[in-house]
Design a protein around this ligand. Structure first.
Ligand SMILES: [Zn+2]
Length: 379
């Protein structure tokens, strides 16, 4: 067992995310149908003169899936969702982060010796058995300062301050184009509205019935419908951009949470980039991957100090796999050398690891989303 298996988490989050977004698009489809119906004359046709107003109202309906009345996806705290789409993203972001952290927590609880786990979980136990250097070569030597001892065992990373500074949460991450999540959602809303408006405008121009227009829109907005896509009258399907953004955000959340869990778990040594078994064709990912499509190793894992993390592109199906140390006994000895030191109380507090699940989650999610997660799981 050389990794902590979190890959299924991403697959199931992506499924749940897709269903939720599909449902939101269905609601918009129903609203658009009502708009088309009430804009038609008795003959069931929307007169061309009414076109601009119908397009305007449809634009508002579509936009409201992505942003609140003030035109923003999130409230002033930058996190509380102001519309259905950011609400769905928040939900699957918190679920994904929480499931990854929980998986690491469970792995540690099962694999790490009880006394070590208890201390990592926050217990400031009093020193245990007196050990000599013959029992454990990593104990603090005569005259060695606590700082020197910590430095000697630096690869444990448990006293490295500010590990959380490495974390780049979904809501704050600035993408290579300089956009934050709220900008990315706004751009997606704009693209979606443009595509839908084009369809409505053309339909009205061609004298389609309100019924035909409504039905075409419903199909256009259904992410599971490939039919319209193949005919390509309006390019891709109307839900394409929204789905692509959401999938990419959740893939990234999974990778970031896995990295943070790996970084703070002293038993993890590196990060693997695993190609998806359904990796469709050779792309940039093949040059990053350390684990191939068949699950075999291609190259050494990335070090935690300089990891490469998916997704490398939208729709990237690659996964992060924390690479667990092949010598866990050595890690345990090193941790015990610290935790059993008679002066352990004088050492700095160890970093928060997934062993302290709630605190770890609180740090990753922030208070608002942590509360949301608690409500979601209580429901
Ligand atoms: Zn990939």
């Amino acid at each position: 067992m050389t990794s902590i298996a979190t890959d299924r988490i991403l697959a199931s989050a992506q499924r749940g995310l897709r269903n939720d977004i599909r449902r939101e698009f269905q609601i918009v489809g129903t609203q658009l149908r009502a708009l088309m119906t009430r804009s038609a004359n008795a003959d069931g046709i929307i007169p061309r003169s009414r076109g601009p107003e119908v397009v305007r109202q449809a634009g508002v309906l579509v936009e409201r899936m992505f942003v609140g009345a003030n035109g923003k996806p999130f409230a002033d705290d930058g996190v509380t969702a102001a519309a259905p789409y950011p609400r769905v993203l928040n939900k699957w972001y918190t679920v994904t982060v929480a499931m990854v952290a929980t998986k690491h927590h469970e792995w540690m609880r099962r694999r790490v010796p009880k006394d070590v786990f208890a201390t990592l979980a926050g217990a400031r136990s009093k020193p245990m058995a007196v050990v000599t250097e013959a029992d454990n070569p990593y104990i603090r030597r005569n005259g060695e300062s606590i700082a020197d001892h910590i430095a000697r065992l630096g690869d444990l990373r448990i006293f490295s301050p500010n590990k959380l500074a490495e974390y780049d949460p979904m809501h704050l991450w600035v993408d290579p184009n300089g956009y934050r999540l709220s900008d990315r959602i706004w751009n997606t809303a704009d693209d979606t509205r443009t595509a839908i408006n084009k369809l409505i405008r053309d339909g009205i121009q061609q004298g389609w019935s309100a019924e035909k227009l409504a039905k075409t829109l419903e199909q256009f907005l259904d992410p599971s419908r490939a039919a319209l896509r193949t005919k390509k009258p309006y390019g891709r399907d109307g839900s394409f951009d929204a789905m692509r953004l959401a999938r990419t955000e959740i893939a990234r959340a999974h990778a970031q949470a896995s990295y943070m869990a790996a970084l703070t778990n002293p038993y993890v040594e590196g990060i693997d980039w695993a190609l998806s078994p359904s990796h469709p064709r050779t792309d940039i990912c093949d040059s990053y991957a350390t684990i191939g499509m068949g699950g075999g190793r291609i190259k050494e894992p990335y070090t935690l100090g300089a990891p490469k993390l998916p997704p490398a592109h939208p729709h990237c199906l690659c996964r992060v796999q924390p690479y667990v140390s092949a010598t866990p006994k050595e890690i345990t000895d090193k941790l015990r050398a610290i935790f059993q030191d008679p002066d352990f109380a004088l050492y700095p507090l160890p970093v928060i690891t997934p062993a302290q699940l709630d605190q770890f989650l609180l740090l990753l999610l922030g208070f608002g989303l942590y509360q949301l997660f608690k409500e979601e799981t209580a429901a």
